[in-house]
Write a protein that binds this ligand. Structure first.
Ligand code: BTN
Length: 246
């Protein structure tokens, strides 16, 4: 397999796209963050992809880092209806990523509320949904070909890549195309039917269910997600926050 085959350049990705997400595709070798490459003037479905981010962002002001050409670092522009509960989009996108990972590895993946995708108790992907002027820029970071040494050390949740899980190096373009197709399916279902329309796939992959967690200083046991996508801790719904495993 040549280096070109492994790239995420438009010539490699566009022929694999199946739906409307991913078009137009803005590809750059390097950007501070793909989140900054999209804005309200872009159409729904616009995609920004970078081989390397110099200031990749995670949730809660954290950094998201990956060596050039190893991960999928992409942002998609969405235009949900006014008043839609856009905080649910992290879970909707997480479902698309989890299914893509499962299909690739033939292993089950879980969603760690609100935005992480886990395999074997390690984080393989994170989602960052940012709302701006009537649009949502949905960022996806999926660890694909990093070696163990290339993964961030000392992260709160230990990280894995698809490669550290099964030893295989893979093309990222088919993974990205598959992920976008699944995201489109789940996003459209959510847009018309709300979270209920995709809840089974999300609820059944809940990583925190039955685990002891601390969230904003309170400890309790994860008791699933409610139909609004909130985390239930000892039966009480939590809207947002930082979850630590105890
Ligand atoms: C998290 O785990 O806290 C979210 C990580 C989101 C990372 C992706 S990579 C593509 C997009 N650009 C960014 O700067 N962040 C998101």
């Amino acid at each position: 397999m040549s280096a070109a085959d492994r790239s995420l350049e438009p010539g490699t990705v566009e022929p694999l796209l199946k739906g409307r997400l991913g078009r137009p595709l803005r590809f750059v070798e390097e950007a501070e963050s793909t989140q900054a490459l999209l804005g309200p003037d872009d159409p729904e479905g616009a995609l920004a992809v970078a081989e390397h981010q110099t200031a990749g962002r995670g949730r809660l002001g954290r950094r998201w880092e990956a060596p050039s050409g190893t991960a999928i670092t992409a942002s998609v522009l969405l235009r949900p209806a006014a008043g839609a509960p856009i905080q649910q989009l992290s879970l909707v996108a997480g479902l698309a990523v989890a299914e893509t990972v499962e299909d690739t590895l033939q292993l089950s993946a879980q969603l760690k509320w609100p935005n992480d995708v886990m395999v074997d108790r390690r984080k393989v992907a994170g989602i960052l949904a940012e709302a701006r002027e009537r649009v949502v820029v949905l960022g996806i970071g999926l660890n694909v070909n990093q070696t163990r040494e290339q993964l961030p050390e000392g992260a709160r949740t230990s990280a894995a890549s698809l490669r550290t899980i099964d030893g295989e190096e893979r093309d990222r373009a088919p993974l990205l195309a598959d992920l976008l197709a699944r995201l489109e399916l789940h996003y459209d279902a959510w847009a018309t039917g709300g979270l209920d329309a995709v809840f089974d796939g999300i609820g059944s992959r809940d990583f925190l269910r039955g685990r002891r967690v601390r969230i904003d200083g309170h400890e309790g046991v994860g008791a699933g997600l409610d139909r609004a996508g909130r985390l239930l801790v000892d039966g009480r719904p939590v809207e947002s926050g930082e979850v630590e495993l105890v």
